[in-house]
Design a binder for this molecule. Structure first.
Ligand SMILES: [Zn+2]
Length: 230
């Protein structure tokens, strides 16, 4: 009966809505070039459930009845398709932070940077929007608990990190926020690669004090986050 009760619970409209938003976010990541094929994945939390994209199914083929949910221990409680192979990574974020949504991609500039440095040099003030200088989690096999552990270390006091020779992870209070952080992180990586590619010149980096100052301003003392131009 436990299984039936779980299935009853997850038919709630909130789950259907969350699945629709998750599929839309996954499709957007492909449409906007952050993901090629099914090489990224997305999760969103609804109460004690984590909805997550399936393994190996093109996002345009996902239908409402394909919804997959697991509990925080990774036990599948909804859906027939297999969850993404990066489930340990998503669950680690949901268990360890206040995240309600997690986005993982193999975005090209971010992944390139993950092979070059241990942290993304802070060339732009929007670094502070991710909590400070973005770290690169040491390489480990995809889908492994070791990778999830390395990622958590890199995410300390941050809302995003790079995975060495692999890609990006960001999280947020909504799918839109998690997605936007991935887009910002990819843009920051593209910017650093561009500035750093001028022969004989090295980009000026922001100091710790300058980043702290931006962090305070972005917090807005209770006002919504508003970088210049937004
Ligand atoms: Zn991956």
């Amino acid at each position: 009966m436990v299984r039936d009760e779980r299935e009853e619970r997850v038919r709630e409209p909130a789950v259907a809505e969350a699945w629709e938003a998750l599929v839309a976010t996954a499709r957007r990541s492909a449409d906007e070039g952050l993901v090629v094929g099914t090489s990224g994945n997305v999760s969103v939390r609804v109460g004690g459930l984590v909805l997550v994209t399936p393994s190996g199914v093109p996002y345009e083929r996902l239908r409402p009845q394909d919804a997959i949910a697991v509990d925080l221990d990774g036990r599948q409680v909804l859906g027939a398709l297999s969850p993404t192979s990066e489930l340990p990574l998503h669950l680690a974020v949901h268990r360890s932070t206040d995240a309600l949504a997690v986005v993982h991609t193999h975005a090209v500039h971010a992944t390139a940077v993950s092979t070059l440095v241990d942290e993304l040099p802070p060339v732009h003030y929007m670094t502070a929007a991710l909590g400070g200088v973005v770290r690169v989690a040491p390489y480990a096999l995809y889908g492994s608990d070791e990778l999830a552990e390395n990622m958590l270390g890199a995410l300390r006091d941050r809302t995003g990190c790079l995975l060495q020779n692999h890609g990006t992870v960001t999280y947020g209070a909504t799918l839109a926020q998690a997605y936007d952080r991935t887009a910002q992180l990819e843009w920051l990586c593209h910017l650093w690669l561009t500035a750093n590619s001028v022969p004989g010149r090295a980009p000026r980096l922001l100091s710790e004090g300058e980043l702290l100052e931006v962090g305070e301003k972005l917090k807005g003392y209770g006002q919504p986050i508003s970088p210049c131009g937004a």
